[in-house]
Design a protein around this ligand. Structure first.
Ligand code: 15L
Length: 267
């Protein structure tokens, strides 16, 4: 456990809702927050409704907390101004409040959409160039760069998780590469919160998938070994093998449908 409660943002979201009882059980106290209400706080949990774009509210929230699990914000592509408020301004408010209140450690939910326009034939590691596949991906790239700045200049400790597809079970062919099982997500967050030392770290959040594209061998601080493997769903998802058109934009690039959305390049 930590001196002050863990803060979870995005607590009403898909991952946040699953994480609330898990983080509470592990760390004993939890402050949960979201722009949307939750049904009822759990015993030992404090819920604070907060818009990440409201710097004063974020500062008040962060001052009550210890380590931060920042999963709040827009989680899919959206018009730029919406992304700007929750993910760009929101992540700035979070990191800046953490600096001012000396909350050193942050686990930031970044996304595979930071690198979405790499082809699926390319293997990536933490040093691969960013190739965002939408405003959402650009906002996560901004969050990672802001994290790098706050580590180098202010001594914060920030792990950026480039989460693939974290859902209960993989649902399509792409997920056989990108899937992150919930238990692996939890062990990843725990590895980041409990690492004895942490600087700026980029970690791909995927289970040990046979068809995966991402290599975490260059991580410097966090030791994490995912256990699940999406391959156990392959026969069910692809009974006739992978017959997808490899020239389809959503198949050719790692970001999948985020890449084909609004795609109008002609050459
Ligand atoms: C994400 O970043 C989204 O938050 C999630 O909803 C999925 O679409 C995921 O990426 C994915 O790439 O499958």
């Amino acid at each position: 456990t930590f001196a002050k409660p863990v803060l979870l943002t995005g607590a009403a979201g898909a991952l946040g809702s699953w994480l609330r009882p898990q983080l509470l059980a592990r760390y004993g106290a939890l402050i949960s927050s979201d722009i949307a209400p939750i049904e009822a706080p759990l015993p030992g949990e404090t819920f604070v409704q907060c818009d990440l774009a409201d710097g004063v509210a974020v500062e008040r929230l962060v001052s009550q907390a210890g380590p931060i699990v920042h999963f709040g914000g827009q989680s899919v592509e959206a018009p730029f101004h919406r992304i700007m408020a929750s993910n760009i301004l929101g992540t700035y408010n979070m990191f800046e409040s953490a600096r001012r209140n000396s909350n050193k450690r942050i686990v930031f939910a970044s996304s595979n959409h930071v690198i979405g326009f790499h082809e699926t034939t390319t293997r990536l590691d933490a040093e691969s160039v960013m190739k965002p596949d939408g405003y959402y991906g650009v906002s996560k790239a901004f969050g990672e760069n802001l994290a790098s700045l706050y580590v180098d200049k202010h001594g914060l400790e920030i792990a950026c998780l480039r989460i693939g597809t974290s859902i209960p079970e993989p649902k399509d062919a792409r997920h056989l590469a990108t899937w992150l099982a919930y238990d692996d997500l939890l062990s990843l967050i725990d590895a980041c919160l409990t690492a004895p030392e942490l600087g700026f770290e980029v970690i791909y959040g995927a289970s040990a998938n046979d068809r995966g594209w991402w290599d975490n061998s260059k991580t410097r601080y966090v030791r994490w070994t995912p256990k699940d493997n999406a391959e156990r769903f392959a026969a069910k998802l692809l009974p006739n093998g992978d017959q997808r058109d490899q020239n389809d934009i959503a198949v050719r690039f790692q970001g999948g449908p985020f890449c084909s959305q609004n795609y109008d390049r002609q050459n």
